[in-house]
Design a protein around this ligand. Sequence first.
Ligand SMILES: [Zn+2]
Length: 196
Amino acid sequence: MQTRRDSVSAGHDRWRGGCTIRWVERCRAEVPIDKAIKDNAIFCQSFHDGDLTAPPARHLMVITCMDARINVEAALGLKPGEAHILRNAGGSVTEDVLRSAIISTNLMGTTQIMVINHTRCGMMNSTDNELRRQFTKQYGKAVVAPNSFHTIDDLSLHAREQVAKLRDHPWIPEDTVIRGFTYDVQTGRLHEVKGG
Ligand SMILES: [Zn+2]
């Protein structure tokens, strides 16, 4: 079980530094997109997935964090067309993830859902209140702001809570298999979280 304190003490709170990193990234913003466009032209030359169907062939949905270290397809042996993969900061079951899960299970044939949270997650470095204060101080009040940043204190507990949100939703079929996991970014190994 990893807690926010473990993550911060492991030296992974660079994220908090915010401002400086943001300006550097803004200056470089065009370069990664230009490279992606060039890479897409190469990708098209050997593209053979045009006949895949929209419903996921493995009847699987994966909900996980946007963390760039996690190669979801490789880690789970998934190929294009096999799974719905939803990613956001923290791998949390937000209102929008629920929306997609309802569509996926009712209209797209999904019968199993994996929720995967991970060690050293950036969302363990701050609390909701800290983030709200930081952004308000930096930018002022926002007309449209997230209701919650879904920050994480206890990793295993968070995974169990995300599973429960899906299980408890009346519009997700009762026989949907929903299981929670943590993923170790240093070993690439999944650990199932029991008791969800
Ligand atoms: Zn994360």
